[in-house]
Design a binder for this molecule. Structure first.
Ligand SMILES: [Zn+2]
Ligand SMILES: [Zn+2]
Length: 339
């Protein structure tokens, strides 16, 4: 079976190839046909640098870890052919201490598609067909829209940061950065009952956050959030300088949650504020149980994802899709759909 696949051949160079699916699907896997995928900031680091967070790709790889798909061949697993499934891209080992406690994001032996952290690399989802472990796939109702369901993975990441930062109803929260992750963090914190304010360089990104429930936005360079004003700050901009801003904006004994994947850089940090204000800083990576929670929230149909969807491109247009995100002109997510 031949299919269309986008391949990151080198930095800023995506090639479209006609690939051949293997005749056999691995015993633990099912064969899937892409319904919808979306571009993540992680994909963009690989697109720009052929590396992310210090991890260099060894060879060309198909990007994409945010997707939903239709079951093409259940391969003996209990899925109906044609069923729409959400895909949890974390292939945890399932046997280590971390997996036993449910912390699959901490599993040292987990595998992840389209990533240099997994060796040998596994191709991601910016392609027409792929096989993936059946245990990572979750059937949803056919009424769920694929362009909503592809948000399950990034929404789960945002919900995880809200959980590890301990955001509760009534808290005053600042989200720094209104890219897709900041927007989803705004959504997740608002859904939790927090009052959310945001910052960004671009007014149209702030407007998107306000459409999701943010009550106030600060355009960096024009105005700034108040010092000591927030119970929790979620850093979603990826700018290391935003951490200093967060130390200023958090109240005494407040919390900073790091959702963005800040690249390895050396930046002076105002540690005195960390000490004087007894600020708790907590990182978050991927998600644990939040994937199921995100799918349930999407199934509820209550989230307006159209407001945070920038544009759609076909698989064969993956280069143009990545360029659009790289230029910084997209407000919200850019989606990749079948031809
Ligand atoms: Zn992602
Ligand atoms: Zn494990």
């Amino acid at each position: 079976m031949r299919y269309t696949k986008s391949l990151l051949a080198d930095a800023r160079r995506i090639e479209i190839e006609s690939a051949e699916m293997p005749d056999e699907t691995a015993e633990d896997a099912i064969r899937l046909r892409l319904a919808m995928a979306s571009i993540c900031g992680t994909d963009m680091h690989y697109f720009r640098h052929f590396a992310n967070a210090g991890f260099q790709l060894d060879h060309p790889v198909c990007l994409g870890h945010e997707a939903c798909a239709y079951v093409e061949n259940a391969n003996g697993h209990p899925f109906a052919n044609g069923a729409l499934v959400a895909i949890n891209p974390v292939i945890e080992c399932g046997t280590c201490e971390r997996c036993a406690t449910g912390d699959i994001n901490m599993c040292a032996r987990k595998r992840f598609p389209g990533s240099a952290t997994t060796k040998p690399h596994i191709d991601g989802f910016f392609r027409q067909y792929f096989d993936f472990p059946a245990r990572c796939c979750r059937v949803v109702d056919q009424t769920v829209r694929p362009d909503h369901l592809t948000f399950a993975e990034p929404l789960a990441c945002a919900m995880h940061s809200v959980n590890v930062a301990g955001i509760t109803a009534g808290q005053k929260v600042l989200v720094t950065g209104c890219g897709p992750m900041g927007l989803l963090a705004t959504l997740a914190a608002t859904a939790r009952g927090a009052e959310v304010e945001v910052t960004d360089l671009k007014p149209d990104c702030i407007a998107a956050a306000e459409a999701l429930g943010a009550t106030c936005g600060y355009v960096i360079g024009q105005s700034g959030p108040p010092s000591n004003g927030y119970d929790t700050v979620i850093e979603a901009s990826g700018s290391p300088h935003a951490f200093n801003q967060a130390l200023d904006a958090a109240r005494k004994q407040g919390t900073i949650g790091i959702l963005s994947l800040i690249q390895p850089t050396a930046v002076p940090i105002n540690l005195h504020l960390n000490a004087l204000k007894e600020i708790r800083s907590v990182g978050s990576i991927l998600f644990t149980r939040e994937f199921d929670e995100a799918v349930v929230l999407i199934e509820s149909g209550t989230v307006e994802f159209d407001a945070i969807t920038a544009r759609r491109f076909a698989i064969s247009e993956t280069q143009a899709a990545c360029e659009l995100v790289a230029e910084g002109h997209a407000v919200g997510k850019v989606l990749i759909q079948p031809e």
